[in-house]
Design a protein around this ligand. Structure first.
Ligand code: T6T
Length: 498
């Protein structure tokens, strides 16, 4: 594919026209290129290749979600720019783009192997990718586009005000030096980033890594805090990584990097029940003990233990709360990130079962996938209100969907009039509960999940019995009990200091 694309760009009329149109549209028009028509072909080709990438992605990971690849456009643009394509058009190479794809990926894997905390990984990779002087493009800074006319080879100047900024091969050196410097920095900080260094106990030389489903999610931050505190107590080295988004490719890549540095134990929340099985098996084959936390895998033989909330029961509690709020009758909808995540699916199953068994007066109009973003949920609320004017309640299956509902109802002027029951208790959800935008939260105990996973891993290091399946507590939080001391441990944190 790379060879074909490089040949097309460099040796065909189509390639020359593309560069000419990108470099100086007016000049290209004047030499007879029908730029509008040509751009339609370029965009059609881009669409075709994106479709092909989607098919390959699906074939590779055997599953996908509504928002899968939502960030891929940004990654693609970053790779193209890092690879030397001028943002002003007229210059770019396919090989440069391929290199541009690998730079952030290699840095990310290097940081994970060096056990740099995920926050600093994001800062470093993002900072490096947006460091303009590192772009390979500067090598081509003096380039002018070839004359696209038949037989023409002379210079074809970029449009006024769109010239490539000056640069020399020095910038390519800066690229390499920058990447090397970051890795050295990472090595140094990585040595100090693991916490809870051993000070006694049989497990003192052991190490545990947490792979979160989504690193910025308060649920997983709280789980990390529990695991970190327990590791410190038991004298185990602890580190954490994971993906920024709820993404199969990102998590597969984290698992591979973690497998490479071979920790004694890992606790992981698999974002997909099937696609992660192969990589996690490989990690186990490499000698790492694995605790599956929160979400789960289809193959029950993977992992020494599975620890999560009783999500079916959580869905039932949500149905009971909803019935009480709406007087056991009316139309409701369910918003969920996707239909592949095991936890949210179990919650929906419990919600449906309970309504069918105990509250036949409540009808579920829709179970809608909105992606794991608050924006997705907010815009879905407007659609659902228009489609179902008789709506009396909304159940959201996790944090992001819950956060979006408050915004959606506010935008529609229906806040407080439609009853909302949400899973989870991140800080924004708790504020929405206190302000009356949400009526009840079904909260989990992520801190306890983290603690118990570390306990089971350490038991297995020490040859002690391991509990293969643990269900942690859930509680229902309302405006009446939100400030009571018994509920405090069910409120999620955004950092381990709070
Ligand atoms: O609800 C939690 C978690 O249990 C679920 O698997 C994914 O979403 C959350 O992280 C909340 O955003």
């Amino acid at each position: 594919m790379v060879v074909a694309a490089a040949l097309a760009l460099n040796t065909t009329r189509f390639g020359r026209y593309t560069r000419a149109a990108g470099s100086n549209e007016e000049a290209a028009n004047r030499v007879g290129i029908r730029v509008d028509r040509h751009l339609i072909k370029v965009y059609a080709l881009s669409g075709l290749l994106s479709g092909l990438a989607g098919v390959l992605n699906l074939a590779h990971y055997s599953s996908t979600t509504l928002t899968s690849g939502a960030q891929d456009n940004l990654n693609a643009i970053a790779a193209v720019v890092l690879g030397g394509t001028s943002l002003f058009g007229g210059y770019g190479t396919v090989v440069g783009t391929v290199i541009g794809v690998f730079i952030p990926a290699v840095l990310q894997s290097g940081f994970t192997i060096l056990q740099v905390q995920s926050f600093w990984q994001t800062v470093a990779v993002g900072g490096y990718s947006s460091w303009p002087s590192t772009s390979i493009s500067s090598d081509a800074a003096d380039a002018t586009t070839v004359d696209p006319r038949p037989g023409g080879a002379g210079p074809f100047p970029p449009a006024a005000g769109r010239s490539h900024q000056g640069g020399t091969p020095m910038h390519t050196k800066a690229l390499t030096v920058g990447a090397a410097a970051l890795l050295v920095l990472a090595a140094v900080s990585g040595c100090s980033s693991a916490s809870g260094s051993g000070s006694g106990g049989k497990a003192s030389a052991k190490s545990i890594t947490f792979i979160a489903g989504k690193t910025g999610d308060p649920f997983y931050i709280t789980m990390k805090c529990g695991a970190q505190a327990e590791s410190g107590k038991l004298g185990v080295k602890f580190s954490a990584t994971g993906s920024v988004d709820w993404s199969v490719p990102e998590e597969v890549s984290s698992v591979s990097s973690v497998t490479a540095y071979h920790p004694d134990g890992v606790l992981i929340a698999p974002v997909d029940p099937n696609s992660l099985e192969g990589p996690i098996r490989t990690m186990e084959g490499n000698g790492t003990k694995v605790a599956i936390v929160d979400t789960t895998l289809t193959d029950p033989t993977i992992g020494i233990t599975r620890i999560s909330s009783n999500n079916v029961q959580g869905g039932q509690k949500a149905a009971d709360a909803m019935a009480q709020l709406v007087g056991s009758k009316g139309e409701v909808v369910v918003l969920t990130p996707d239909l592949t995540t095991t936890t949210t699916n179990a919650r929906i199953q419990g919600f449906k079962q309970e309504l069918a068994a105990k509250f036949p007066g409540i009808r579920i109009d829709d179970v809608r996938q909105v992606g794991d973003t608050a924006q997705g949920a907010a815009s879905a609320v407007g659609d659902e209100l228009s489609a179902h004017p008789g709506l009396v309640g909304i159940f959201t299956a996790n944090s992001e969907t819950g956060e979006g509902v408050s915004t959606g109802l506010k935008d529609a002027g229906k806040q407080g009039r439609i009853k909302v029951v949400s899973f989870d208790a991140g800080p924004e959800q708790v504020s929405a509960l206190k302000s009356g935008a949400v009526d009840a939260l079904i909260s989990q105990d992520p801190y306890g999940i983290g603690q118990q996973a570390v306990d089971q891993l350490v038991n297995s290091f020490d040859g002690k019995p391991v509990n293969g399946s643990i269900q942690t507590d859930l509680t229902i939080i309302t405006r009446q009990n939100v400030d009571s001391p018994g509920v405090a441990r069910f409120l999620y944190q955004t950092d381990c200091g709070s």
